[in-house]
Write a protein that binds this ligand. Structure first.
Ligand SMILES: Cc1cc2nc3c(=O)[nH]c(=O)nc-3n(C[C@H](O)[C@H](O)[C@H](O)COP(=O)(O)OP(=O)(O)OC[C@H]3O[C@@H](n4cnc5c(N)ncnc54)[C@H](O)[C@@H]3O)c2cc1C
Ligand code: FES
Length: 346
C-alpha cells in the first residue's frame, strides 16, 4: 500500500540481513514487517527499548523530544527505532532477540469508525471496520493516526479476531485523559464514518496459548481492553478448556469499576471465568455502596492468591505506577519472570 520509489535498504551490521523501509515508515516497524525480531515495547517514543546505533547513512528523527531519547544517545549516534525514518540506505547495529519475533507481521490499513458506546464515566469503546485484514493475538495493540494529532497513539484491542485469518474489526476501550491530544480528538472530534490510519498488531503481552496454567488478568483504569481480549481469547480457545481465569479490575472509586458484563456473556462464566474488583478510594459517605475489595490491585492480588501466584500465568495492563507496584509484588513473591506478561502503557 505504501511502497514507492523512495524505499531505503537497511543492513544489519555483523550479519548479511537487510530489509526495506518505505518512505513514511520507521526503522522499527519496517523491520518487524520484514519479520525481524527488533526489540521494542511502546512504539511511541517513551520506553527507550528500541534503540539502535547508526553506523552508516542518515535518518530523520520524527519526534526529537521523545522522552526515551537522551542527550547521551545523540552523542553516540543511538536512535529510537520507533522514531527514526531513514533518509538514505543505512547500516545499523541492533541485536535481534527471538522474544520479539512478530507473531503477525504488522500492516497498515484504514479503519472506519462505525460505533461507539460508553463503558464508564470516562471510558468509551470505539469500533473500527478495516479496509484489509489484520490478524492479531489477544492482548496486542495497534497504532492510531488521528487527524491533527502529532505521532501515533497506541491502543489495545478488546475484541478477538473471530476469524483468525481475516479479522475485519478492531474494538478499542479508551480512557479519556484530561487535556490529552489524542483522546481529545477521539472523544470530541471523530464522527461516525471517519477514516483513520491503523497500524498493527504490536506488543508482547499476548495470550500464551501453549501454557495451560491458570491465569490471572489484572487491569487498572485504561488497561481494561487487552485483559478483556485475553479473557475472550481463553473462552474461545478449546485447547484452553481446563484453564481457570481470574480477572481483577482496579479502579479509584466504585464508579470506575467495569468489565464484569463483558465476562458474564462468555461461555465458562462463573465456572472457570471469575471477576473481582477493587477500589483504592472509598468515601465513607459515598452514595454508591461498595462490597468489593478495598486497596490497590497488587495488594489485593497478593491477599487473594498469595503463593499460588507462582503457579499462575499473569497478564496485566494499566497505568505505569500500577505496573511497577505489581512487578515489585511479584518479584517479592518469587513468581518466575517468564510467567508475567505486560506492555507498559506510557
Ligand atoms: C502499548 C500501549 C497500549 C495502550 N493501550 C491503551 C488502551 O487500551 N486504552 C487506553 O485508554 N490507553 C492506552 N494506552 C495509552 C494511550 O496510548 C495514550 O497514551 C493515552 O490515551 C493518552 O493519549 P493522549 O494523546 O490523550 O495524551 P497526550 O498526553 O496528548 O499524549 C501522550 C502520548 O502521546 C505520545 N506523544 C505525545 N506527543 C507526541 C508527538 N509529538 N509525537 C509522537 N508521539 C507523541 C506520548 O509518547 C504518549 O504516548 C496505551 C499505551 C501504550 C504504550
Ligand atoms: S521508545 Fe521506541 S518502542 Fe518505546
Amino acid at each position: 500500500m505504501h511502497s514507492n520509489g523512495h524505499a531505503h535498504r537497511i543492513t544489519l551490521a555483523a550479519s548479511d540481513r537487510t530489509f526495506e523501509c518505505d518512505a513514511g515508515d520507521v526503522m522499527l516497524r519496517s523491520a518487524l514487517r520484514a519479520g525481524i525480531a527488533f526489540p521494542y515495547e511502546c512504539n511511541v517514543g517513551a520506553c527507550g527499548n528500541c534503540k539502535f546505533e547508526l553506523i552508516e547513512g542518515e535518518v530523520d528523527v520524527v519526534w526529537p523530544d521523545a522522552p526515551g531519547w537522551t542527550a547521551k544517545d545523540r552523542e553516540r549516534r543511538r536512535y529510537l527505532g520507533c522514531q527514526s525514518a531513514p533518509r538514505s540506505d543505512c547500516t545499523i547495529k541492533m541485536r535481534p532477540s527471538a522474544h520479539y519475533a512478530p507473531r503477525h507481521a504488522p500492516r497498515r490499513v484504514t479503519g472506519t469508525l462505525t460505533e461507539r458506546r460508553a463503558i464508564t464515566h470516562d471510558i468509551e469503546e470505539f469500533r473500527f471496520t478495516l479496509s484489509g485484514d489484520m490478524p492479531f493475538e489477544p492482548g496486542q495493540y495497534a497504532l492510531l493516526t488521528l487527524p491533527g494529532v502529532q505521532g501515533q497513539r497506541a491502543y489495545s484491542m478488546s475484541n478477538i479476531a473471530d476469524n483468525v485469518d481475516a479479522p475485519r474489526e478492531l474494538h478499542f476501550q479508551v480512557r479519556r485523559v484530561p487535556n490529552g491530544q489524542g483522546t481529545g480528538v477521539l472523544f470530541d472530534a471523530l464522527d461516525i464514518g471517519t477514516r483513520i490510519g491503523i497500524d498493527g498488531p504490536y506488543g508482547m503481552a499476548y495470550l500464551r496459548r501453549d501454557v495451560k496454567r491458570d491465569i490471572l488478568c489484572i487491569a487498572g483504569g485504561s488497561g481494561l481492553a487487552p485483559m478483556i481480549s485475553i479473557a475472550r481469547g481463553v473462552a474461545a480457545d478449546a485447547s484452553l478448556d481446563g484453564v481457570r481465569l481470574h480477572f481483577l479490575y482496579g479502579g479509584r472509586t466504585p464508579r470506575d469499576v467495569c468489565g464484569r458484563d463483558m465476562l458474564e456473556e462468555l461461555p465458562g462464566w462463573a465456572e472457570r471465568l471469575h471477576f473481582q474488583a477493587a477500589v483504592s478510594d472509598v468515601m465513607p459517605d459515598s452514595e454508591t455502596t461498595w462490597d468489593g475489595h478495598v486497596g490497590f490491585v497488587h495488594t489485593v492480588a497478593e491477599t487473594l492468591f498469595g503463593e499460588n501466584l507462582r503457579d499462575m500465568e499473569i497478564y496485566f495492563a494499566g497505568p505505569p505506577a500500577m505496573g511497577t507496584a505489581i512487578q515489585r509484588a511479584l518479584i517479592a513473591l518469587k513468581v518466575p519472570f517468564e510467567q508475567v506478561h505486560f506492555d507498559q502503557f506510557y
